[in-house]
Design a protein around this ligand. Sequence first.
Ligand code: PMV
Length: 330
Amino acid sequence: MTAQQLVNSIIPHKKPVQKGTGKAAINIALSKYWGKRNVELNLPTNSSLSISLPDLGTETTIEVSRAKQDVIFLNGKQLDEDETFAKRLSKFLDLFRENCYFEIHTTNTVSTAAGLASSASGYAALVLALNDCYQWQLSKKPLSILARLGSGSASRSIYDGFVIWHKGDQADGKDSYAEPINEQWQDLRVGLVEVDSSSKKMSSTQGMQNTVNTCELYQSWPTKAEADLLKIKQAIQEKDFRTLGETAENNALSMHATMMATQPPILYWQPESVASMHKVWALREQGIAVYFTMDAGPNLKLLFLEQDIKSIQAEFNELKVIQPFKTILR
Ligand code: PMV
């Protein structure tokens, strides 16, 4: 099945009705997605589990334009049609339209492409805006599948709170969608350590492909990732923070180990990333339960509980602290 066939089997029609709006949060994977079994359909080799950060994300509006091409504004600035981001977006929109162009305004509250998963909130917000624009009235499951076609992790940003993206087994990808875990954790905090927010040099798609094709260590990854996901899910249900933190940190480091053992090697870390890891471990030695996770970029995301916020901020002065369960909309 092609992406176009999959889209045609999900959406009821291709006639835009009104100006559409959509809003979605970024998400941080606690058990990561790394590796595709089908690149066109963005089908992963393993399931993943994330937490959405409702304070940060993307808002998008879309309406039919009379221009002869798509007109795309990112954070208020019109993009040149040749920019990679604009080309990727227009190609994605081709899946949904018939003979029309759009004007799109997309605003991020996180720096684009710095490993802070703005593509996840971006494609989720765009798919929600399309659903509004076309008045398809699709439920979250098919919306999650459509968002997945833009960016794998976007399938998870359709929901707030803890979310599992089931890898699925079918070749057509119809069983590869995200679903929320019905659990909240009021004391949980996520801290963003921004090391560098310039765009990453290697896209996650390219990085994943290189890892899948050349990394021997990667063979053990899918089994480990599934086991970590189950451990983290149980830790969430039991509010066992230590298990959640230890498993999430180990999962992230294992994913980065497969990146480093790829040919040519992929290393998203910078000296300040490593210095921050040492600070986290030093805090743990002092008895403070803080753990980190990292994605395809140099920034760290710290996991801790409300009670430790002051000791952690004393070490990380610039820390941006997010309360994932402040407002949950489902
Ligand atoms: O959704 P993508 O293609 O940007 O891939 C995201 C990959 C990681 O952020 C590294 C892991 C994850 O599960 O979010």
